[in-house]
Structure formats: structure tokens, C-alpha cells
Write a protein that binds this ligand. Structure first.
Ligand code: FES
Length: 65
């Protein structure tokens, strides 16, 4: 099963994705700020998958696509 958070930092991908939408910046930037994906890096693939999919669908909702 896919991870839903970075276990090393305890930060949920959802929080990263939401904040990146709010601040209009990349999820990678937010993850770095929160220290997510910086320790064992095992979460990086799932984080990328989650954030890229979720951010795209959230933005589509916002602009009504
Ligand atoms: S689980 Fe994210 S850095 Fe270890």
C-alpha cells in the first residue's frame, strides 16, 4: 500500500499538497520546509505521486475544469 505521510517527519502528504496549493509553490519546496522526505527518503516516490495527482485535481476544481 502507498504511504500517506512521511514517517520520519510525521508530515502527511495531504498537508504538503494543500499548503503548496495555498502558497502556489511546488510540493517539493513545502516538503523541504517541513523536513519531509529528507531523512530516509523512502516516502519520496509516494509523496510525488500523491502530490502531483492531488494538486492537479484540486487546481482543476478551483478553475472549474
Ligand atoms: S519516510 Fe519520509 S524521509 Fe523517511
Amino acid at each position: 500500500m502507498d504511504m500517506n505521510k512521511c514517517h520520519c517527519s510525521g508530515v502527511y502528504f495531504e498537508a504538503i499538497s494543500r499548503e503548496s496549493i495555498d502558497k502556489n509553490c511546488s510540493y517539493k519546496q513545502i516538503a523541504k520546509e517541513k523536513n519531509a522526505g529528507e531523512t530516509c527518503t523512502a516516502c519520496l516516490i509516494d509523496m510525488k505521486k500523491y502530490c502531483e495527482t492531488n494538486t492537479k485535481s484540486q487546481l482543476q476544481l478551483q478553475v472549474g475544469l
